[in-house]
Write a protein of this length. Structure first.
Length: 192
């Protein structure tokens, strides 16, 4: 009963925020009265028109495919690199400066460079997003790998678990909060 009440409250707040933003948008559009700031209803009508034409749906699926592919590649590569950097102090020390540089490269620069290098092709867009996202995944997963409880790894060694079982049953589950956090931030970055 309590969970449903909390869920209802959560959804009610979200709905309230959406209604408030919509009212603010509509009010500003009415005050400004410019084609550069269309009303909410004009935007909804335009979206409906483009959906009925069918081309918008195809473009949405192309975008979703790019987002999904970029997300999977960035999470896999960033996760692997992050784990390696988290468990190996020497590799971390060698690559930390490069990681800091990559974190500070603006997304627009990465996009332009990928288009210059690869041309105006879909793989350039995917590569740009992956290159831009990997450093944030690496940082989060690296910190998770550093925070892994060494005592649990010692217990796994005492029980003579195989390296693969130790990795998948002891090490990776401790990374779940860091994986979820990097996935959440990753999706928000990839959409941009």
């Amino acid at each position: 009963m309590r969970l449903s009440r909390e869920l209802f409250s959560f959804l009610l707040w979200r709905l309230g925020v959406i209604i408030a933003i919509s009212a603010l948008w509509q009010g500003l559009a009415w005050l400004i009265a410019s084609p550069d700031f269309p009303s909410l209803f004009a935007v909804i009508n335009s979206v409906q028109f483009h959906l009925n034409e069918g081309e918008m749906v195809a473009n949405i699926f192309i975008t979703l495919r790019r987002v999904l592919l970029s997300f999977i590649i960035a999470m896999l590569l960033g996760g692997i690199i992050g784990i390696i950097m988290g468990v190996n102090a020497r590799i971390n020390k060698l690559s930390d400066s490069l990681l800091i540089i990559m974190l500070n490269i603006p997304a627009l620069v990465t996009i332009l460079l990928c288009y210059i290098w690869f041309g105006l092709v879909e793989s350039a867009a995917i590569a740009a997003v992956v290159i831009n996202k990997i450093p944030t995944v690496v940082v989060m997963i690296r910190e998770g790998a550093r925070a892994v409880d060494k005592d649990l790894l010692a217990v796994a060694k005492i029980y003579q678990l195989s390296p693969s079982k130790t990795f998948f049953k002891v090490f990776v589950p401790q990374l779940y909060p860091f994986i979820i956090a990097s996935a959440r931030s990753g999706l928000s970055l990839i959409w941009k």
